[in-house]
Write a protein that binds this ligand. Structure first.
Ligand code: PLP
Length: 441
């Protein structure tokens, strides 16, 4: 595979940006090697600047549920930009996207558009604190909520601890306002509520944690969170930036049939443009300025280009059978990979697939289910990294880290998925043979 142009561009970008990138995971530090510079995408295919084609399972980290360069979205944006790009004043397009969401979603009555998932979550936390007049929030080890200060916090040792900042520049005093708890652990969360009940403003969770592997939770655990929040007058925030409009139009809230107090969205609602949103009941949302005391604003919030991309994409998602077909494709893909492998290979590699809707993740593990971050075997990432480069050479593109999930879009047709599955299986067979040889040495 020739990646000479990518290598050249990367050398240049290293002069411009820290690590040569504008978001860290793109630098390939986890898998090693040179990041691939992308020229264009169409459907489920990506082309790099050297002309190599890849079947894409990263899909811009989730937003592209219709695939790349979707003609409906493109037409919609093209029409919109004839009238200018941004006005900093209300437009009809904002109403249209909001109505599309609210009228098809039982879980939010009012929303506010922002420009990223991070911003949506940051605002949701502020709203929860303003509404409850309490300060502490509970987050879970293994959930990602963007890069705002309160949430760049990691667990100390133990099942429930005051957070320590996971980034330089986040004061420990901020981190101390966040309590970090292990996922799917009833006693840990009950313990925290018992000891801090008068201080907890909110519990924030990815109801389908998909930023650190795919850590599917027991439904009863999510129900427990709902009950605890209600009992202790804390708000339950579902961060549905990934799962919203991905696991069905109403996201994980509908999948588990749990009413959160605040929901955050991002990724899919922008159709590939920068959009985030947070929403909740009329009562809670009335705390946002200018109606209420919680300040939140944005120069480019609700800008027409993003709105029209979101409208076009969500209308497609609402078509009958959209989500069932995505799930069918995901199962087809995973089943085909397994069918292409011998039992001895699957068993020796300890390869496990986890999926929900059109999100999938695979891990090399002896465990049959992984629900907590500390159950992921960091050592197994060596095997992932080998796999990663084999796949890339044969034209399959995944997010460059074994902790990242993959996405199937509506543009992934069955034939391409079967082709990708056979490439996957061939790469896995190679990894199997190599590890057998290494053991023999
Ligand atoms: C991607 C993501 C975010 C952050 O969104 P950005 O648009 O990258 O700021 C927050 N929460 C979850 C669950 C996400 O998946």
């Amino acid at each position: 595979m020739n990646i000479a142009t990518s290598e050249k561009l990367y050398q240049k970008s290293l002069h411009c940006f820290p690590g040569g990138v504008n978001s860290p995971v793109r630098a390939f530090r986890s898998v090693g090697g040179t990041p691939i510079f992308i020229e264009k995408g169409d459907g489920c295919t990506l082309w790099d600047v050297d002309g190599n084609a890849y079947i894409d399972f990263c899909c811009s980290w989730g937003p592209l549920i219709l695939g790349h360069n979707n003609s409906v979205i493109r037409d919609s944006i093209t029409k919109t930009i004839q009238n200018g790009l941004s006005f900093g004043a209300p437009t009809q397009l904002e109403n249209e996207l909001a109505e599309l969401i609210i009228s098809n979603n039982r879980f939010v009555e009012k929303i506010r558009f922002v420009s990223s998932g991070t911003e949506a979550v940051m605002s949701a936390i502020r709203l929860a604190r303003g509404f409850t007049q309490k300060n502490k929030i509970i987050k879970f080890d293994g959930c990602y909520h963007g890069h705002s200060d309160s949430l760049l916090v990691k667990a100390g040792s133990g099942l429930a601890t005051f957070g320590t900042s996971s980034s330089a520049g986040v004061p420990e005093t901020f981190a101390n306002e966040t309590i970090v708890v292990s996922l799917n652990h009833r006693e840990a969360i009950e313990h925290v509520f018992k000891h801090h009940h008068h201080e907890i403003a909110a519990v924030i969770i990815e109801p389908i944690p998909a930023n650190n592997g795919l850590l599917l939770q027991d439904e009863s655990y999510l129900t427990l969170l709902r009950e605890l929040c209600t009992d202790y007058n804390a708000l339950l925030i579902f961060d549905e930036v990934i799962s919203g409009f991905r696991i069905g139009f109403e996201g994980a809230s509908a999948y588990y049939n749990i009413q959160p107090d605040i929901v955050t969205y991002g990724k899919i609602i922008g159709g590939g443009m920068p959009v985030g949103a947070y929403g909740g009941s009329r009562e809670i949302m009335s705390f946002i300025s200018p109606d209420g005391p919680v300040y939140q604003a944005g120069t480019l919030s609700g800008n027409p280009v993003s709105m029209s991309a979101g409208i076009a994409q969500l209308k497609e998602c609402l078509k009958p059978g959209f989500y069932t077909d995505l799930e069918r494709k995901t199962n087809l893909f995973i089943t085909a990979i397994k069918d292409n492998l011998q039992n001895v290979e699957l068993e020796t590699l300890n390869l496990k697939f986890f999926s929900i809707g059109s999100i999938f993740w695979f891990a090399f593990t002896e465990l049959n289910s992984i629900k907590r971050a500390d159950e992921i075997d960091a050592n197994s990432m060596k095997i992932f990294n080998k796999m990663y480069h084999k796949l890339l050479k044969r034209g399959v593109y995944l997010g460059p880290s074994g902790y990242e999930v993959g996405f199937i879009s509506a543009a992934h047709d069955d034939a391409t998925l079967l082709k990708a599955a056979s490439i996957f299986a061939n790469c896995l067979s190679e990894v199997f043979t190599e590890s057998k040889m290494e053991k023999a040495l």
